[in-house]
Design a protein. Structure first.
Length: 217
């Protein structure tokens, strides 16, 4: 009997006064689909320090994925952001959905300062660009719940090098952007299509390429 390999995709609940979170809208549309011989499982995480990581860890245990991409919203960004690095700090500008507002505390006490994404982010960027999606490599996932989840994800998988993982931030959806004058947006269906391609490329690409994606500031 052959077992189907699984990829885990996560999105978040709404936060910060929004009624929806397009990260969950986009990843839930891929739940149950097959991509490059893998079954996609989507899970929604709470926007709360601690609780979000608990939910992520139980999803990892339950699904035993061969690849994981966590997705979150970065309102104000104009492009899909392939995150390069997660840092070991929680510093919340606004309270999370549980009312917590940690300031300058580590995600994991005694953990390393940072973890890098183990996804082939340069190859993914090239493929997404080639297909016409607005995409960038990002050098920071912030210091809120998304970075917390990204760091916790990489920490949980630190001894399972075969399980590749990373984080993608997405812009507002058009419905949300109407409440934020002038903010960039991307339709949820576009994000779903981009994520499908990103997953396919990640699953088929064992090694990243060397291509500049640095930033001066
Ligand atoms: N974005 C937030 C947390 C949840 C989400 O979708 C962030 O960027 O930290």
């Amino acid at each position: 009997m052959t077992t189907t390999r699984t990829v885990l995709l996560t999105g978040f609940q709404p936060f910060g006064g929004e009624r929806v979170n397009p990260s969950w809208q986009a990843v839930s549309a891929l739940h149950g689909t097959r991509i490059a011989g893998h079954r996609v499982v989507a899970r929604e995480l709470p926007v709360a320090f601690g609780q979000s990581l608990k939910a992520l860890r139980s999803a990892l245990k339950e699904t035993q994925p061969s690849l994981v991409i966590c997705v979150g919203q970065a309102g104000g960004r104009a492009q899909l952001s392939l995150e390069r690095v997660a840092i070991n700090v929680d510093d919340a500008r606004i309270p999370d959905n549980a009312g917590q507002q940690p300031i300058d505390v580590p995600v994991i006490a005694d953990g390393p300062a940072a973890y890098f994404s183990t996804l082939p982010i340069k190859v993914m960027r090239e493929a997404l660009r080639g297909a016409g999606f607005p995409v960038e490599v990002s050098q920071t996932a912030g210091t809120y719940v998304c970075n917390h989840v990204f760091y916790g994800l990489m920490h949980a998988l630190r001894r399972q090098r075969a399980v590749r993982a990373g984080f993608i931030h997405i812009p507002y959806s058009p419905a949300q952007a109407s409440g934020h004058a002038g903010a960039a947006s991307l339709p949820v269906e576009t994000v779903t299509a981009a994520l499908r391609l990103a997953l396919k490329v990640a699953l088929k690409t064992p090694l990243d390429i060397r291509a500049a994606a640095g930033a001066e500031h």
